[in-house]
Design a protein around this ligand. Structure first.
Ligand SMILES: [Zn+2]
Length: 219
């Protein structure tokens, strides 16, 4: 049974959310005049390209120094990992933990999550509608946490101002790290979550998944 608006020939304007009867693949919204398609065009290829680009950026972001700091007048360059080690050395454990989460846990979880979502959008997955929804919400939940990096910069500035380190300069690595953050954001933005439900619709129906679809549809 087809349950999606797409299957019924309907589309939703991404700008004003008006539901429109689709006459062509791409058409103009009668209310706000924005052109849109039923699904984001080439969503999966764009998401894949941005995710790979983010993954590639993760390598130089970790290999090149992130910051140069001066202790007793001596400049020292440090990568993200060395930076975390330095903060631990200074006894600033909360700062070290925040940087570790912002620099490793969140970006990696987002990249892995995007790959899993793309895999499930591409094929009729064995996951139930409910499990797929949970998976999508996890990745969606990680989205705003990219902003954690902004807090890291703020924390760094505060640490410098408090005089724990005499001065900090940003180094090459931070450019790659910034690019990686931007690329994961673009990847998440390119992904059309509705492809997950399209893949479910194409799946041969079992009694179990059929009843779940009916339940989801009646909500
Ligand atoms: Zn509109």
């Amino acid at each position: 049974m087809k349950t999606s608006a797409k299957a019924m020939g309907l589309g939703c304007c991404p700008c004003c959310h008006k539901v429109v009867k689709m006459q062509a693949e791409t058409q103009q919204c009668p209310r706000c005049h924005r052109s849109f398609s039923v699904r984001k065009i080439n969503s999966l290829s764009h998401t894949f390209a941005w995710t790979i680009a983010a993954l590639v950026m993760l390598v130089p972001a970790n290999l090149y120094p992130m910051m140069i700091y001066y202790t007793l007048g001596q400049p020292e360059a440090s990568t993200i990992l060395e930076g975390i080690a330095t903060f631990i050395q200074f006894g600033m454990y909360p700062v070290a933990i925040v940087i570790f989460i912002a620099s490793f846990v969140v970006p990696l979880a987002k990249i892995i999550g995007l790959f899993i979502l793309m895999y499930h959008a591409k094929r009729a997955s064995k996951l139930t509608v409910k499990q797929q929804g949970q998976l999508y919400h996890i990745v969606e939940f990680l989205g705003p946490w990219s902003m954690l990096d902004v807090f890291v910069v703020a924390i760094m500035a505060a640490v410098v101002n408090l005089g724990f380190l005499s001065s900090i300069e940003a180094a090459k690595g931070i450019t790659y790290f910034g690019l990686m953050v931007v690329f994961t954001m673009l990847a998440a933005e390119s992904f059309d979550a509705r492809l997950l439900w399209d893949a479910q619709d194409q799946k041969p129906q079992t009694d179990d998944s059929q009843s779940q679809l009916n339940q989801a549809g009646s909500r």
